[in-house]
Design a protein around this ligand. Structure first.
Ligand code: ZN
Length: 703
C-alpha cells in the first residue's frame, strides 16, 4: 500500500482565461483511494437516536450524531483495529495463505480507508470547529500510520510470499499492484534509507500545509474611487459593493469579486489592477516554499531510485513515465494550434471594433472580450438560461437521468443521521436491492469546503458493507421559498460530481476493499465525471427536467444549442492555457531541482503556448495549489478528457438516454473500479485501445 490516503482532487485551475469558457468545472475530491468503513465503530453510541443497532455494517456512517470526542474515538478504534490486523498478519508462522495474509491486510485497508475518508470529509464540512479540528488531528494520525505500514518490511515480505497463481483475476491483480506500490513507497530500502524517507514524507506534509495556508490566507484587495469605475457590472454586484467611509469601494481577489470584474468591468485599469493582485497571491512567500517542496521531492525520488520526481510519480499512472507525459503535452499543444489561433483572431477583431488599431489582447482583457464575443457573435447572454435551472428541478433531473441510464433507483431517506440539517441522504437500489448510500451537501455554509467535490465515506465491500459517499458543492439553494436558479456551470458541476459518485457506487461491490471504489489510476479518475457532463449539453435530456420556474415551459432546444455554441467559444485558447499549467507542473519536477526557476518557466511556457504576452511582475505559480497536491501530473485533466471524448462517441447522439450502451459502460468501466488497469477497462468497453480521434474532432469542430 502506497499511503493511499484521501487527498482531495482539486478543481481545475481554470481562471487564467475567461471564466466560463470551456466546461471543465469542479473536479472531485475523490480520494485517490477509497475508503471502507467499519462496523463496530459505526454502531450507534448507546442511547443515540433510539435506534437499535443493526447487525450489519450498513448503518449510515453518521449514526448517533457523534460529538468531537466520540468521533475521535471512532477513528482511534479504527487505527487500533488496523494495527491489530497488521500484527496478526505479521505473526503468522508457516505457509502464507489468502486467509491468513490477504484477509487481515484487507481488513487493515478497510479500517484505514474509513478513517481517512471520514476525517477528511469532516474537517471540510462539519459545522462545529472543535470537531473539525479534531478531524484534522486524526487525519494526521491516519496519514502517519499509512506511511508506517507502507514502509513495513514484514507486510511486504508476507504479501510477496503469497501464492496467488490459483486465485481469481481480481485477487492476483490486487496483490501484484500492492507489491508494486510497496516498492514505490521504498519498503525494500535499507533501514537508514527508510528512516530518511519517513522524515522526508513527514516534512513534505508540513511543506504542503504551509504552501496551502499561504494561498488561503492571502486575500488581496484594490480600491476604486466610485461606482462609476464598476460600469458594466451587474446591478446586484454594484449594490453589494458599497463605498466605505472614505468613499472608496474595495474589491478582493476571491472568485465572487474577481470573476465578474474580469468579465464585465468596462474599466480596463480596474481589471488590470485586480489581475495583478490575483496573480501575486501568496507571493513572495510561496516562491521559497515551492523551491523547498521541489528540492525535497527531488531528494525523495533519488532515494527511491528515480532520476526525478516526475519519473517517480508517473510510474504508477496510466501515462507510465515522465517522457510519455511530456509527449502527451506536446501532442495536445500541436493539436490545439489552429483552434487557438482562430479563437485569438476572433477576440482581437472584436477588440479592434472598440479599440481601432489594437494589435494584441492582454491577459486582463481575455474574459472581457470573450464575453463581448459571446454576446455579439453568438447572441447569447448566460443570464437567459438561469430561469430554466431551479436547483430542485436540476437535482431531480440529475437523479432521473442517471436512474434511466444505469437502471437503478434513488430513494430519499428522511431523518437520516447527517452532520448538518441541510444535508440530504439518498439510497441507491439496484434490482430492488440496497446497493449504495450518498449525501448531498450542496449549498454554501460558513466554514464549509468552498469548491465542489465528491468525498468518499467508505468503500463498499460485497457482503459486508455498501459504499457511502458525499457530494460537497456550493450551488444556489437551501433557503425555502427561493427559486434558487442555477447557472449553466452549476448544472455542469452537478453532472460532473455525480459522475464521480456513480463510479464510487457501482465500483463498491468487490470482495476486497483494496480494489473497490475509485481505486483506479489517478489520470483516469476524471474520465467518468467529464463524460457525464455531456448529458448536460443534450437538448432532449435537458428538456426532461429544465423547465422555466414560472411558466414551466421546458428549455427550448434552440436555446440549448445556442448555449453550447457560446460556451464552446475559446476552447482552443483554454486548452493552450491548460497546457501551460500541465507543462509547468511537469517541468518543475522533471529536472534537477537546482536548475528550476519557477518564474522563468512561467514566462517561457506562456510565450510558447499563448498569444497573450506574459505580464511582468506576476507569479501565478505561488497560488497554483496543484503543484503540491498533483505535483507533476496536472496533465491528468486533459488525459482523462481524451478518454471521455472517445467513450462518449460510443453513445447514440440521437438517443442519449437509451440504456444499452450505458449498461455496457457501467459494467465494463465503472463497476470494475480498481480491479484491473484502467486502460484495460476502457479497451473492454471500446473494443480497442482508446485514441485521439474523438478529442481531435471536438477540438477542431467549428462553432
Ligand atoms: Zn472531477
Amino acid at each position: 500500500m502506497n499511503a493511499r490516503i484521501s487527498r482531495p482532487l482539486l478543481t481545475l485551475f481554470a481562471l487564467g482565461l475567461a471564466a466560463a469558457l470551456v466546461s471543465s468545472p469542479a473536479v472531485a475530491a475523490t480520494a485517490a483511494k477509497p475508503t471502507a468503513a467499519k462496523p463496530a465503530a459505526t454502531k450507534p453510541a448507546a442511547g443515540t437516536a433510539g435506534a437499535k443497532t443493526p447487525a450489519s455494517d450498513d448503518v449510515p456512517f453518521w449514526t448517533g450524531n457523534p460529538d468531537a470526542a466520540t468521533f475521535a474515538k471512532r477513528q482511534e478504534d479504527r487505527l487500533v483495529k488496523a494495527k491489530a490486523a497488521i500484527e496478526k498478519l505479521a505473526a503468522v508462522k508457516g505457509a502464507r495463505t489468502i486467509a491468513n495474509t490477504l484477509m487481515p491486510y484487507d481488513e487493515a485497508q478497510i479500517q484505514l480507508d474509513a478513517a481517512a475518508a471520514q476525517t477528511s470529509l469532516m474537517e471540510n464540512v462539519h459545522p462545529d470547529s472543535t470537531l473539525r479540528a479534531m478531524a484534522e488531528e486524526e487525519d494526521q494520525k491516519v496519514s502517519a500510520l499509512a506511511t508506517e505500514i507502507s514502509l513495513d518490511r514484514r507486510v511486504y515480505d508476507a504479501l510477496s510470499k503469497l501464492d496467488v497463481s490459483k486465485a481469481d483475476a481480481e485477487t492476483r491483480f490486487y496483490v501484484e499492484r500492492e507489491l508494486r506500490d510497496f516498492k514505490l513507497a521504498g519498503v525494500d530500502k535499507d533501514d537508514a534509507t527508510r528512516a530518511r524517507i519517513k522524515v522526508l514524507r513527514d516534512t513534505l506534509v508540513k511543506i504542503g500545509q504551509e504552501f496551502d495556508r499561504n494561498i488561503r490566507s492571502d486575500v488581496r484587495t484594490i480600491q476604486v474611487n466610485s461606482a462609476a469605475d464598476l460600469a458594466g457590472l451587474p446591478d446586484d454586484f454594484i449594490a453589494s459593493h458599497k463605498p466605505g467611509a472614505d468613499g472608496k469601494i474595495t474589491l478582493n481577489i476571491n472568485y465572487p469579486d474577481y470573476v465578474p470584474v474580469m468579465t464585465y468591468c468596462k474599466n480596463e485599469d480596474v481589471r488590470k489592477r485586480l489581475y495583478m493582485e490575483y496573480n501575486n497571491r501568496a507571493y513572495p512567500k510561496n516562491i521559497e516554499v515551492l523551491d523547498r517542496m521541489i528540492a525535497k521531492r527531488g531528494e525523495l525520488a533519488n532515494l527511491l531510485g528515480y532520476p526525478t520526481y516526475a519519473d517517480y510519480i508517473t510510474a504508477n499512472k496510466m501515462v507510465g513515465s515522465s517522457k510519455n507525459a511530456r509527449d502527451f503535452i506536446d501532442k495536445i499543444v500541436a493539436a490545439s494550434g489552429s483552434s487557438a489561433d482562430r479563437d485569438y483572431q476572433v477576440l482581437l477583431q472584436r477588440k479592434q471594433k472598440d479599440v481601432p488599431g489594437a494589435t494584441g489582447v492582454n491577459f486582463w482583457e481575455t474574459s472581457y472580450w470573450s464575453e463581448m464575443v459571446r454576446k455579439s457573435d453568438y447572441a447569447f447572454d448566460s443570464q437567459s438560461v438561469r430561469p430554466y435551472f431551479p436547483y430542485d428541478e436540476v437535482k431531480q433531473g440529475v437523479l432521473d437521468v442517471s436512474s434511466k441510464l444505469f437502471g437503478v433507483t434513488f430513494k430519499r431517506v428522511p431523518n437520516a443521521p447527517v452532520w448538518d440539517p441541510s444535508v440530504e441522504c439518498y439510497e441507491m437500489y439496484d434490482n430492488g436491492k440496497l446497493s449504495g448510500r450518498f449525501y448531498l451537501d450542496m449549498h454554501p455554509r460558513d466554514n464549509k469546503y468552498n469548491h465542489a467535490a465528491q468525498f468518499d465515506i467508505k468503500t463498499g465491500v460485497e457482503g459486508r458493507q455498501i459504499p457511502e459517499a458525499a457530494l460537497i458543492c456550493n450551488l444556489p439553494g437551501g433557503t425555502p421559498g427561493e427559486p434558487a436558479l442555477c447557472e449553466y456551470n452549476d448544472v455542469n458541476t452537478f453532472f460532473h460530481e455525480f459522475g464521480h459518485l456513480l463510479h464510487t457506487m457501482f465500483a463498491g461491490h468487490h470482495k476486497w476493499c483494496g480494489v473497490g471504489g475509485i481505486r483506479t489510476e489517478h489520470d483516469f479518475v476524471e474520465a467518468p465525471s467529464q463524460m457525464l457532463e455531456e448529458w448536460m449539453r443534450d437538448p432532449a435530456t435537458l428538456a426532461t427536467f429544465a423547465r422555466h420556474y414560472q411558466t414551466k415551459e421546458p428549455i427550448p432546444a434552440a436555446t440549448v444549442k445556442q448555449m453550447n455554441r457560446a460556451n464552446d467559444f475559446g476552447k482552443g485558447l483554454q486548452v493552450r492555457r491548460q497546457m501551460v499549467y500541465a507543462d509547468l507542473s511537469l517541468s518543475v519536477y522533471d529536472r534537477d531541482p537546482k536548475k528550476v526557476d519557477t518564474t522563468e518557466l512561467v514566462k517561457s511556457l506562456t510565450k510558447a503556448y499563448q498569444p497573450f504576452p506574459y505580464v511582468e511582475g506576476t507569479h501565478f505559480q505561488c497560488a497554483f495549489g496543484h503543484l503540491d497536491g498533483y505535483s507533476a501530473v496536472y496533465y491528468t485533466y486533459m488525459w482523462s478528457l481524451v478518454i471521455a471524448k472517445d467513450m462518449f462517441a460510443q453513445f447514440d447522439k440521437n438517443d442519449l438516454l437509451a440504456p444499452g450502451v450505458a449498461k455496457k459502460y457501467r459494467d465494463a468501466v465503472l463497476a470494475p473500479g480498481g480491479s484491473a488497469p484502467a486502460a484495460k477497462l476502457v479497451e473492454n468497453f471500446l473494443g480497442r485501445p482508446f485514441n485521439f480521434n474523438a478529442y481531435q474532432a471536438w477540438l477542431n469542430e467549428a462553432n
